[in-house]
Design a protein around this ligand. Structure first.
Ligand SMILES: [Zn+2]
Ligand SMILES: [Zn+2]
Length: 458
């Protein structure tokens, strides 16, 4: 078992699973997870869509060889469903251990007896097993062609993000002095987690450039920078690191962000994608990232981002600022928004933050828009200090959530700052149980590469 896969599961589902496996009786219990799959850069990720708890005595029974096992009827029901839904089949049980866990010899023998046959029934969909300790997880996943994968890590995605591995990860000793002050806050393990994290910044305008600066100085190791625009003189008041010469040389916004990141942390890796985030070919490169910052303001970008979060169980945040004034020029509202988006916490769609009229308008080409007298849009007002509030709160959340540092992990609010009145409002997102974009039974939830994202072609 040298090759590795990853597993993503929402905190909702994980809580249900852990409650069943560890009810406090010190015994072993079982379940089956059905999961969508995705492959990026050759690595398989499993995205848990369904949790089926095995009932004691009927679904989880005395084993012929091992201690206890899933009943043949339960396995049959589950593998048939996995095949029909094209979801990976994962049989789960627990051991009594804490931070280290692995399969027993009896466990592995039973996999070798059972999984070749299950793999035939599943028609190419992966099958396998997970074993859980209280704070650890291991996998034995079988693919067609005799390939078996262990677990690199499982990622539990709620408001906060928890990582589980087969055994504790030791941080590499060479953590650098430049991070000394923040290591005092969250330790070398936290710094290591940031160095390993892969973060996508979608839109490198005013807000995105600040996010890039903050994340680079925190020590985030890998950046996907997505923007198709070049810097213009009207951007100089807001894009951190942009200079007059960049305007003359028609430098791309992603290149300015890269320069900024490298100045802050030369070890950071930057992947530049000068293209529209909503394109199929662009999104396909982002399904394996650990966190998404949406700092682009098109409705299509919101729609695709929203789908990405729920389909692949990747945490994200949508951020922006807005200035509204009357015809006379008097200011009505000056605000910034920081909206974390997570599986099981509602979405931009069920919170009416995706405007279908604007979406339709965006779908038209420039020529069509002129023809239908939409005219050319006047640029929105924008100010760096408003952007900085949204960016810094979103990066604070990333830090506290990604490193799992909050005392109450599951409280999630949209944060709205109204600067004219000095009010900060916290809005608990609506969670529509019938939402096609985010509900557990909906089109996308946890399905990974199985369904298409609402992308534009190209
Ligand atoms: Zn076992
Ligand atoms: Zn929704």
């Amino acid at each position: 078992m040298t090759d590795m896969c990853r597993l993503r599961i929402s905190r909702d589902h994980f809580k249900i699973l852990m409650g069943h496996l560890f009810p406090g009786d010190g015994d072993e219990h079982g379940a089956v997870l059905l999961a969508g799959t995705s492959t990026v850069d050759g690595r398989l990720t499993l995205h848990v869509r369904e949790v089926h708890l095995a009932e004691e005595g009927t679904d989880y029974v005395e084993g012929k060889i091992g201690y206890r096992a899933l009943s043949p009827q339960f396995i049959h029901r589950m593998i048939t469903r996995a095949r029909d839904e094209k979801l990976a089949y994962l049989a789960v049980h627990n051991h009594g251990s804490d931070r280290c866990v692995g399969f027993s010899g009896i466990d592995l023998d039973s996999h070798e007896r059972g999984y070749p046959a299950l793999l035939q029934i599943s028609r190419g969909v992966p099958v396998g097993a997970l074993v859980l300790g209280r704070r650890s997880m291991q996998a034995d996943v079988w693919l067609p062609g005799g390939i078996r994968l262990g677990l690199d890590r499982a990622i539990v995605v709620g408001k906060t993000i928890q990582r589980l591995t087969p055994e504790p990860q030791h941080s590499s000793s060479g953590v650098i002095n430049m991070f000394d002050r923040q290591i005092k806050m969250f330790g070398k393990e936290g710094q290591q987690a940031l160095a390993e994290s892969r973060v996508a910044i979608l839109g490198l305008g005013g807000i995105g450039s600040l996010v890039a600066e903050y994340l680079a100085r925190l020590g985030v190791g890998h950046f996907y920078l997505v923007d198709d625009d070049k810097v213009e003189d009207s951007n100089l008041s807001r894009i951190v690191g942009a200079e007059m010469a960049d305007v003359r040389n028609e430098v791309a916004k992603i290149e300015i962000a890269e320069r900024l990141i490298k100045h802050a942390n030369p070890d950071a890796e930057t992947i530049l994608i000068r293209d529209d985030f909503a394109k199929e070919s662009v999104v396909a490169r982002l399904t394996g990232v650990d966190y998404l910052f949406l700092a682009a303001d098109s409705m299509r970008a919101r729609l695709v981002f929203n789908a990405l979060v729920h389909q692949y169980l990747v945490p994200g945040v949508q951020l922006g600022s807005k200035i509204r004034s009357e015809a006379s020029g008097a200011l009505v509202d000056v605000m910034s928004a920081n909206r974390p988006v997570r599986p099981s916490h509602g979405c931009l769609w069920c919170n009416q933050l995706i405007d279908t009229n604007i979406l339709a308008k965006e779908a038209k080409t420039d020529d069509e828009r002129k023809e239908q007298a939409y005219g050319t849009e006047e640029a929105n007002p924008s100010v760096i200090s408003l952007n900085a509030v949204a960016a810094s709160h979103a990066v604070n959340d990333f830090l506290l959530d990604y490193l799992d540092l909050r005392p109450e992990p599951d409280v999630l609010y949209y944060e709205h700052f109204h600067f004219l009145t000095g009010k900060r409002t916290l809005v608990e997102p609506r969670r529509d149980d019938d939402c096609p974009e985010c509900s557990h039974q909906g089109l996308r939830y946890g399905r990974g590469d199985l369904v298409e994202l609402p992308c534009i072609e190209g």
